[in-house]
Design a protein around this ligand. Structure first.
Ligand SMILES: [Zn+2]
Length: 346
């Protein structure tokens, strides 16, 4: 099994096309064709984690945060980023990052894991992406099932709506019964969709059109919102949150005295989502990296709870471990034993 066999699987859950424009998710160091010996999973690919991988004879480090975020112009070992890259290359350890593409995944994503830890139900993406396209295509009736099957395999999701209508196609002076298939698909699947049409449509030049649509993609986007099964007062909720997320400290805004029933979450730096959490009626917004002045934006309409960046994302390590070990058993997958949180509390 090669490194790319694992990373391709991870990208079937969190396609790199779903990362934010500023991100650098994907294989950062290493050759995708290298045989995979073992994996160490972490939030941050630090030097200590690379050493841990070497000791455990693992040749792939899967990190949530990309070690190279901005451009690298020199590799002299002058800062920790350069030293990590040099150490990884010298010791044949590959580094792969699965970052905002995993944040943006509805199923098996960073926020889904937080929602699971704190027991949210009826969850949905807080700000869905608009990255859908619509395919309309006409096919002879006999080929419609095969074609629809091929489109599903290419990544067209039936739950994202699919429609077929019977009509009449006019071709070369003849009229024949035909089926018009209309489906939505994620923009990054376009090549696969075109390939399916090319391989499975009985006509050499089939009639189809592809358009961008404004529909929300409910399976991809930022943050998550959901409900508690039983509403609970703010103080006991925050105490429960500390236990469930295994944190020592929560920085939060003034409590309102209301019960918490709707909860918005965003692992990592989520302050940009506050207006959406408010507009969708969240009683509390759980995230990290809040600055002093930003706390004022709660404005007595919502409680902002900053639980720390590392703390909010720490269970992403377990999430990736579960994703990998549920699928593969032919190599060792390990969660790092290194706590890479650069912030210490006294
Ligand atoms: Zn993060």
């Amino acid at each position: 099994m090669k490194i790319k066999d694992l990373t391709n699987y991870l990208e079937s859950i969190a396609p790199t096309a779903h990362q934010e424009s500023y991100d650098n998710a994907g294989l950062i160091v290493g050759d995708p064709n290298t045989p995979l010996k073992g994996v160490v999973i972490c939030l941050d690919a630090t030097e200590e984690v690379i050493e841990e991988a070497m000791k455990k004879k693992c040749n792939l480090v899967i990190a949530h945060h990309p070690i190279v975020f901005k451009g690298l112009k020199k590799l002299n070992g002058k800062n920790y980023v350069e030293r990590v890259i040099i150490k990884a290359i010298k010791n044949d350890v590959a580094i792969y990052a699965i970052h905002t593409n995993l944040d943006n995944a509805y199923h098996q994503g960073v926020n889904a894991k937080i929602a699971e830890k704190i027991g949210l139900i009826n969850t949905r993406i807080l700000v869905p992406k608009k990255n859908l396209k619509k395919l309309s295509l006409v096919t002879p009736i006999v080929a419609s099932d095969t074609l629809r099957g091929a489109l599903l395999k290419a990544g067209v999701e039936s739950e994202q709506s699919s429609y077929a209508s019977v009509g009449v196609a006019h071709q070369n002076g003849a009229s024949k019964a035909a089926v018009k298939i209309e489906v939505l698909f994620q923009a990054d699947r376009e090549r696969a969709v075109l390939k399916a049409i090319h391989n499975h449509h009985p006509l050499a030049s089939p009639t189809y059109n592809i358009q961008s649509v404004e529909n929300n993609n409910l399976r991809v986007g930022s943050g998550m919102i959901g409900e508690l099964e039983v509403p609970i007062h703010e103080k006991p909720f925050l105490k429960q949150l500390k236990r469930e997320m295994e944190i020592n400290c929560i920085r939060h805004t003034k409590l309102s005295g209301r019960k918490i029933s709707t909860v918005a979450v965003c692992g990592g730096s989520g302050s940009f989502l506050l207006p959406h959490a408010k507009a969708q009626g969240a009683d509390i917004f759980i995230t990290a990296d809040y600055k002093y002045h930003e706390f004022f934006d709660a404005d007595n309409q919502i409680v902002i709870a900053d639980i720390g960046h590392y703390e909010s994302e720490q269970f992403t390590i377990d999430l990736l471990f579960e994703i990998i070990t549920n699928k593969f058993s032919n190599f060792a997958a390990r969660c790092t034993k290194v706590n890479t949180n650069p912030i210490k509390y006294l």
